[in-house]
Design a binder for this molecule. Structure first.
Ligand code: FES
Length: 121
């Protein structure tokens, strides 16, 4: 693992995620409270990007099927409940889940040096 700069504190706000990269991997970074947090920009459901999802109270919603993840922990807090923003009944949620169990998204510890933010990647 190598330490990689992902952003400057001045690039990151608390109301939206910043899409960046580290060693060729797409990463999302955001500020939650006083903390800078980062996750992989790759939904564990089908591997689709999370970057355009709604971000609110430290949680990002996958724009494809509505799974929700805490950006500071990667924890899955909701699994496959919609299709491109349209809520689905339980039977349709099961079909869209395609047998995949709720899974956390990869997250990264963010370290700060001055105004630079780093992750190990
Ligand atoms: S790709 Fe994210 S919930 Fe399906």
């Amino acid at each position: 693992m190598t330490k990689v700069k992902i952003a400057s504190t001045t690039d990151v706000s608390s109301d939206k995620v910043l899409k960046t990269s580290a060693n060729g991997k797409s990463v999302l970074v955001a500020k939650v409270g006083d903390n800078y947090c980062a996750i992989a920009n790759k939904c564990p459901h089908f591997g689709l990007p999370l970057a355009k999802g709604k971000f609110e109270n430290g949680v990002i919603t996958c724009p494809f099927h509505g799974s929700k993840f805490e950006i500071c922990t990667g924890k899955n807090v909701e699994w496959v409940d919609s299709f491109v923003g349209i809520p689905l009944p339980a039977i349709a949620q099961k079909m869209i889940a395609m047998g995949k169990s709720p899974t956390d998204v990869a997250n990264f510890a963010v370290t700060q040096e001055g105004t630079d933010l780093f992750i190990d990647s």
